[in-house]
Design a protein around this ligand. Structure first.
Ligand code: GLC
Length: 587
């Protein structure tokens, strides 16, 4: 096949608003140099990053000890999943005290030391905030249980009388994201059955009532608590779930499901709401926006660019863009991108839609391929059967991924993601090419999904296994004792960080790519589509870099130029299947 240099298409998409265009207020008035507009943010899952005290669960002191690895990797910020006081029924997303650290992770002093070290290393620090629900161990919920029905203590949560004779039926038909019904009935002090409370997640995670001003006050105070401690931002858990439709009406999912295959976790992304498919009465209600506007005003009182990042499973992207309007949050995770199959037309479409949607409100797009809730992309991209998000993988799951193909696609997908303008998220361990761990024994699994579905859905443990640092150390250097809250695979030594440093490895590929992203200013650039490479290829220019991803099965001829980085060797100017290259094309 011969190929001349493809003509540049007319279409340029950008995540950055045009400069000095007074016609686009307020979009154009937002400064384009704020750190978060182009930052690469590394997600630390504290349970599984590094364990200083050797009890098998990672901790803050462990993070501090290992932090230097992150500027060496080339990231700008860290986001930590919850480390607050919690009975850990949902791995810390069940918070019992928002202003203190769980002993399993350390102390507030450990947090301060970790944050100071991060700042010293030039890393911004984002913490997780869980406002949709508390833990059932939270003092508020304990008070609610002890209080009489209808009392103010109950009014912070969503308690209702049951339906039917004796109130034996739940107040409505809502289902928990983790499986089973979303209501649990409490027992009165005299032993008789009482009211029901709502929990969109586990029964140990009662939903707060955001119609209650006390709930607002509490979270404004929690925001200030962490802002005063110097955090640079918050990742906001379930940021589309806080407001529920008045009267809590029944809801039945449309049989067609969403574009994401009827996933039940984290939140089934919905078809655009219309009369036939109304939004579920618990997701993406208008009321959430007032809450985040209130929060934004608090953040704006503080020095520095402090940010709010929405975890909102909302489709389509132009609706998600409402979360990042100029007076709301700064970023929203782009789950539409994460869920896009390995297909060039689908990737081109989602990139365009992302830049258009976020750009229209003056926000940067974000890009993400993995996190602690989804099958790691080194496995997901080679699945041959549908695997709804959060369902996870076990030895008998259909469509088992080929690990070699999975890693190859993951490397190509990562090079594509890191070339895009906006802010990118990396989940700990993906820089090592870690696959999903599939063969975790049933009795070692911990995700509530596994239990609430009667062991039908494996859940998210497979992406949460403690990461390997040293190939020949106990627990691969996760700690010094060899303990690990989830078992680590026996064959991870070659994936350990020390084995990959300086070698021809996925870790070095990430380092080189991140260095080039920074050097060429790709995070603040734009996408200028290039035609002429065929349907199975995603090709564009961002500044002086040409990015070509061959998502198809046949090699593609490359233009003459200098290869800056490639996800696989590119022999004889041909780009093999499942490979991405960054080039400086000779003009
Ligand atoms: C979010 C978190 C997930 C958690 C859920 C309930 O989706 O990412 O891990 O289980 O919220 O808090």
């Amino acid at each position: 096949m011969t190929l001349s240099l493809p003509p540049e298409s007319e279409h340029t998409a950008t995540g950055t608003p045009p400069e000095n265009d007074p016609g686009l207020d307020p979009v154009a008035t937002r400064p384009a140099d704020e750190w978060w507009r182009s930052a690469v943010i590394y997600q630390i899952y504290p349970r599984s990053f590094a364990d200083a005290d050797g009890d098998g669960v990672g901790d803050l002191a462990g993070i501090t000890d290992r932090l230097e690895a992150l500027p060496e990797l080339g990231v700008d910020a860290i986001w930590l999943s919850p480390f607050y006081v919690s009975p850990q029924r949902d791995a810390g997303y069940d918070v019992a005290d928002y202003r203190d650290v769980d002993p399993v992770f350390g102390t507030l002093d450990d947090f301060d030391r970790m944050a100071a070290r991060a700042h010293e290393l030039g890393l911004k620090v984002i913490v997780d905030l869980v406002p949709n629900h508390t833990s059932s161990d939270h003092v508020w919920f304990q008070a609610a249980l002890a209080a009489p029905e209808g009392g103010p203590e109950r009014g912070r949560y969503i308690f209702r009388d049951g339906k039917g004779p004796g109130g034996d039926e739940p107040p409505n038909n809502w289902e928990s994201v983790f499986g089973g019904r979303a209501w649990t009935r409490v027992t009165r002090p005299d032993g008789t059955p009482g009211q029901w409370y709502l929990h969109l997640f586990d029964a140990s995670q009662p939903d707060l009532d955001w119609d209650n001003p006390e709930v607002h006050e509490e979270f404004l105070d929690v925001l200030r608590f962490w802002l005063d401690r110097g955090v640079d931002g918050f990742r906001v858990d379930v940021a589309h779930g806080l407001a529920k439709v008045e009267g809590l009406p029944d809801y039945t999912k449309p049989a067609t499901g969403g574009s994401m295959g009827g996933a039940s976790f984290p939140l089934e992304p919905e078809l655009e709401a219309d009369t036939q498919h109304p939004s579920p009465p618990y997701w993406a209600q208008e009321g959430v926006h007032d809450i985040f506007r209130e929060w934004r005003r608090v953040l704006d009182e503080y020095e520095g660019d402090r940010i709010l990042v929405a975890e909102a499973w909302v489709e389509p992207l132009r609706k998600l863009a409402d979360w990042v309007r100029p007076d709301e949050m700064h970023q929203a995770f782009n789950f539409s991108y994460l869920m896009t199959p390995w297909s060039a037309p689908a990737l081109r479409t989602v990139i365009d839609e992302s830049l258009d949607a976020f750009g229209s409100v003056g926000a940067p797009s974000t890009w993400v391929l993995s996190n602690h809730d989804v099958v790691r992309h080194a496995s997901r991209l080679a699945l041959t059967a549908e695997n709804p998000q959060g369902a996870g993988l076990g030895p008998d799951s259909p469509g088992q991924p080929d690990p070699v193909l999975g890693l190859r696609r993951a490397r190509a997908a990562t090079l594509l993601m890191l070339s895009l303008p906006g802010s990118a998220y990396i989940y700990q361990g993906e820089e090592l090419g870690l696959p999903e761990v599939i063969d975790i024994p049933g009795d070692a699994r911990q995700d509530p999904t596994w239990f609430r579905t009667d062991f039908e859905k494996y859940g998210r443990d497979g992406c949460r296994v403690p990461i390997p640092w040293e190939g020949d150390a106990p627990a691969y250097g996760f700690n010094g004792t060899g303990q690990s809250w989830l078992p680590q695979p026996a064959d991870w030594a070659p994936l350990a960080r020390d084995a990959q440093l300086g070698a021809d490895s996925t870790l070095e590929l990430y380092r080189r790519t991140l260095e080039l992203r920074r050097a060429h200013g790709l995070g603040t650039g734009s996408v200028e589509w290039l035609d002429g490479y065929g349907t199975d290829v995603v090709a564009y220019r961002n500044g002086d870099v040409t990015i070509i991803a061959n998502v198809g099965e046949t090699p593609v001829e490359l233009p003459v130029g200098e290869v800056l980085v490639a996800s696989e060797p590119t022999a004889e100017a041909a780009l093999p299947a499942d490979t991405t290259v960054w080039l400086r094309v000779r003009e």
